[in-house]
Ligand binder design. Structure first.
Ligand SMILES: *Cc1c(COP(=O)(O)O)cnc(C)c1O
Length: 478
């Protein structure tokens, strides 16, 4: 027997109570909160109205086609798209990026072993695209002082196998905008495409610029930029599941479109990797964007821009913390001095009701704390700073988290290529993470786990986390 409606809803509420809050402004990663209840309610209504509509066939659901066309038009104005530009709604930033890479690869069938030139700070979605599509990633170190891509070094890395060159506006980890103008010029000169990953910044940077922010050029106004990704489910503050991929021309997009007629069913004709796709997220995005409009987004950008300035200024009273790079946008990374560690600070913040995201050591740089500010967080910055001050004090009192030598030894003895269940179980035992029945028992405090992962080389970290995820995602059979 199934359960009555009320009981199912109660169960959903109960499960949700263990999640990070999506609203309220205290979650500084994963979620984006405008703080506007009307816009949220409208988004949810549109999501429900179009939940069962199918974007598989735009002739059967012309409403979805129209909403996509209008959203792409709006984005084109924001991103200085020239006459003749086109765009597609996707399920998220990763899908936009996957399609940008696939399209760049398939536009150059004569290149045997295609490559793409990426700054090391590029989003991990490009690692995934490389893996999925067999495009070799050529990573170029960023400028060590500013964390911006090194345009000269990137230009030098381009060769006749390069089908794509990428820049971020801004990078997720440090919140800085890469020098798009010289990077795109180098790509153009070599006949390669240039994608700007504005997944996180694309809907907020244009408004900040109009309000006087000092920004290097990064839109289609830059010659040589061939495509830009921008997520609506980030700074357009729409429900999850929508991003846009814009191309400078319809011709550039052509390899992205897919048809399969050689089977006995309907002719499959797709613009994205999904075939059947809910109209809900697209309709929700259309509704929220249409409701907020340029004025609404300008006000939200001003609010969040003021918030990030107040936050960065407010850090001056915490000498243990430093901004890794002066933010160009609405996200910032912080590092800690030797008196404490960022992982303990993250745990302490969570105890005080704030989620901030740990980022592991990379390329000789220490681990950091990532903060993505939403408009709803801006009025709470004084409260945030107070909690951060308390958390730093607690972390200093506790001292930097130590990785037990036997644990570090056990981890470093593992070969990532052959990590199996038995080796993983052994490590869980040494780390005290094995529950009574051998299942995973996640600790209250994540700092010891993060500190261990932090000392593991990236390949081992990936192997450990994949094994962890495999263990985590097993079915419940009763
Ligand atoms: C969020 C983000 C992505 C990936 O987007 P998803 O929507 O999480 O798939 C790509 N690039 C940047 C810079 C991002 O911030």
């Amino acid at each position: 027997m199934g359960l009555p409606v009320d009981e199912v809803v109660a169960r959903l509420e109960a499960m949700r109570s263990g999640d990070l809050p999506t609203h309220g402004g205290r979650t500084l990663a994963y979620v984006y909160d405008s703080g506007l209840a009307d816009a949220d309610e409208l988004g949810r209504r549109a999501l429900a109205m179009f939940a069962s509509a199918n974007g598989l066939d735009p002739t059967a659901f012309p409403s979805l086609l129209q909403m996509e066309q209008e959203l792409v038009g709006f984005a084109g104005r924001l991103l200085d798209a020239p006459e003749g530009f086109v765009g597609t709604a996707t399920s998220g930033g990763t899908e936009s990026i996957l399609l940008a890479v696939q399209t760049a690869r398939d536009a150059r069938p004569e290149v045997d072993q295609p490559r793409m030139v990426l700054p090391t700070t590029v989003h991990a979605a490009f690692h995934k695209a490389a893996h999925y599509f067999g495009v070799e990633p050529v990573f170029v170190p960023v400028d060590p002082g500013t964390f911006r891509a090194d345009a000269e070094a990137m230009a030098a890395a381009i060769d006749d196998r390069t089908v794509l060159v990428v820049a971020s506006a801004p990078s997720y980890a440090h919140g800085v905008i890469d020098p798009v103008t010289p990077i795109a010029a180098a790509a153009l000169a070599a006949g390669a495409r240039c994608h700007v990953d504005a997944c996180i910044g694309g809907w907020v940077l244009p408004y900040l610029r109009r309000q006087g922010a000092d920004q290097p050029d990064w839109t289609f106004a830059v010659e040589g930029v061939t495509s830009i990704s921008v997520d609506l489910h980030k700074y357009a503050y729409t429900p999850k599941g929508v991003s846009l991929l814009l191309h400078r021309s319809a011709w550039l997009r052509r390899p992205q479109l897919f048809a399969a007629a050689d089977w006995p069913g309907y002719t499959m004709l797709n613009t994205t990797t999904q075939s059947t796709k809910s109209g809900g997220p697209l309709a929700a995005a259309w509704a929220v964007v249409t409701h907020l409009g340029d004025d609404g987004y300008a006000a939200l950008a001003e609010q969040v821009g003021d918030g990030i300035r107040e936050l960065v200024d407010g850090l001056a009273v915490l000498p243990e913390l430093a901004v890794v790079a002066r933010p160009d946008s609405t996200l910032v990374a912080l590092r800690a001095d030797d008196s404490c560690d960022v992982f303990t600070i993250c745990d302490e913040m969570l105890l005080r009701g704030w989620f901030v995201q740990p980022q592991m050591a990379f390329a000789g740089e220490p681990p950091t704390m990532h903060l993505t500010l939403s408009a709803a967080t801006a009025p709470l910055v004084p409260e945030f700073l107070a909690a951060l001050g308390e958390s730093v004090s607690a972390a200093v009192a506790a001292g930097p988290v130590q990785v037990a030598p036997e644990l570090a030894a056990a981890a470093s003895a593992i070969d990532p290529a052959t990590l199996d269940d038995a080796a993983f179980d052994g490590l869980l035992q040494v780390a005290g993470l094995a529950g009574a029945d051998g299942a995973l028992a996640l600790p209250e405090r994540m700092a010891p786990v993060n500190a261990l992962l932090n000392v593991a080389p990236p390949r081992l970290r990936e192997a450990l986390l994949v094994t962890f995820l495999d263990r985590l995602s097993r079915p419940r059979t009763q």
